[in-house]
Design a protein. Structure first.
Length: 398
């Protein structure tokens, strides 16, 4: 077996790896000894010939995603160990054998020391999403490791990476099932039941990362009239209804999502008398809702998928939150989110502050929200903290 290709960094560029950050950027590279293909295992060295670690090579800004900072053979034993560690962590936080919840994240990329790999569990179906060619190459080893770490729990494996994989030297790897023993079943989250479309739905099929935040909405919903913007398939709406909301309107621009939201509301025992599913653009819908709602949820898709789009994203957050703050009833609750990795917690908060200031209303932060523990953030990779949210109490005008 040939030795991995060596990547040598410019002087001083080794410091981030010594601080255990898992990425090597292309601008940090001094030279490459060899011609790696996308997805190859490479070793990384300082300009003083210090070994810094082993990782997957890829083209683009992030040139290497580090797998280990010590001498490591990346074989089946490696994948078995790493994936068992990820599953054991989910055991400890009470997710792998939970009677009320059977949908959760098994592997969260850098947060589980497996950069480029996402694995979500949907009541027997595992959805794999690859963000690096290196991870896609070892699909069989990953699946074998998952089956070993979760014996008897996996009935299907679906790959959903066409929109997340970088270019792979012309090798097209379409989405699809690796195997399937049965049709996908509904999932359960805190006792609520949801239909999920892993094949056509957003992300891997469901916004698993909002599980704990949906519980927060439930806690604030009693006796309120609720608007769920960018409502997708209605998960926040179901929690609001269980929390005692008088009525809930779910708004989304996707006809497919709105129909599934209606199904999910009915599946959990709520009728059309307390819920409406509305196909509309969220910004347009907010034009004239004054004093109609006293709990509004704003959970938009990522307005900024990269740093270059940051300014436009912040303006988008400002505009939609300003509309909601301006028109919500006095004493209302606004629950608002950003899932853009490029938007920091501080920038998101500044954007919402600017939105509130423009309305002249008394606004209090009563809670700050984030992603749940099955989406862990490595302390060495703060970029992994992509989901941030605020619960705001909106009073009268000052």
């Amino acid at each position: 077996m040939a030795e991995p290709i060596k990547i040598i960094l410019k002087s001083g560029k080794e410091q981030s790896l010594k601080r255990l950050h898992p990425w090597v950027f292309s601008g940090a590279i001094k030279k490459i000894l060899g011609r790696p293909e996308e997805g190859d295992i490479v070793t990384v060295w300082s300009n003083k010939d210090e070994y810094l670690g082993t990782g997957h090579y890829q083209g683009g800004s992030i040139a290497v995603r580090m797998l280990s900072g010590t001498a490591t053979v990346v074989d089946q034993d490696f994948w078995d160990r790493r994936i068992q560690q990820a599953v054991s962590y989910r055991d400890r936080i009470g997710l792998t054998n939970n009677r009320e919840t059977n949908v959760f994240r098994i592997i969260n990329a850098e947060g589980d020391r497996l950069p480029g790999l996402i694995a979500d569990y949907y009541n027997g179906t595992v959805v794999l999403q690859f963000h690096s060619a290196g991870m896609r190459r070892v699909t069989e080893q990953i699946v074998k490791a998952l089956q070993g770490a979760m014996p008897g729990m996996i009935t299907a494996v679906y790959i959903k990476s066409e929109g997340t994989l970088p270019h792979m030297a012309g090798k097209s790897l379409p989405d699809g099932y690796l195997y399937k023993e049965q049709e996908q079943k509904p999932v359960m989250e805190y006792g609520n039941t949801f239909l999920v479309d892993c094949e056509s739905g957003q992300k891997t099929g469901f916004y698993i990362d909002q599980r704990e935040n949906r519980k927060v909405v439930e806690e604030h919903s009693s006796g309120r009239e609720v608007l769920n913007l960018f409502g997708y398939t209605g998960a926040f709406s179901v929690y609001a209804l269980r929390g005692g909301a008088l009525r809930v309107d779910t708004v989304d621009s996707s006809e497919r999502a709105i129909k599934m939201a209606e199904q999910n509301v009915l599946l959990n025992g709520y009728s059309g008398a307390v819920h409406r599913a509305i196909e509309a653009d969220a910004f347009d819908y907010l034009e004239d809702i004054r004093d109609k709602y006293d709990l509004i949820i704003i959970d938009p898709p990522a307005f900024a998928k990269h740093q270059q789009a940051l300014n436009n994203a912040l303006q988008g957050y400002k505009r939609i939150n300003a509309k909601a703050i301006e028109q919500i009833r006095p004493g209302g609750i606004l629950v608002t989110f950003s899932c853009s990795q490029a938007v920091s917690r501080e920038n998101f908060r500044k954007s919402v502050f600017a939105a509130a200031a423009g309305t002249g209303r008394a606004v209090r932060i009563i809670r700050q929200l984030h992603q749940p523990p099955d989406h862990p953030v490595s302390i060495y990779h703060p970029e992994g903290e992509y989901l941030k949210g605020l619960v705001l109490y909106v009073g009268d005008r000052l």
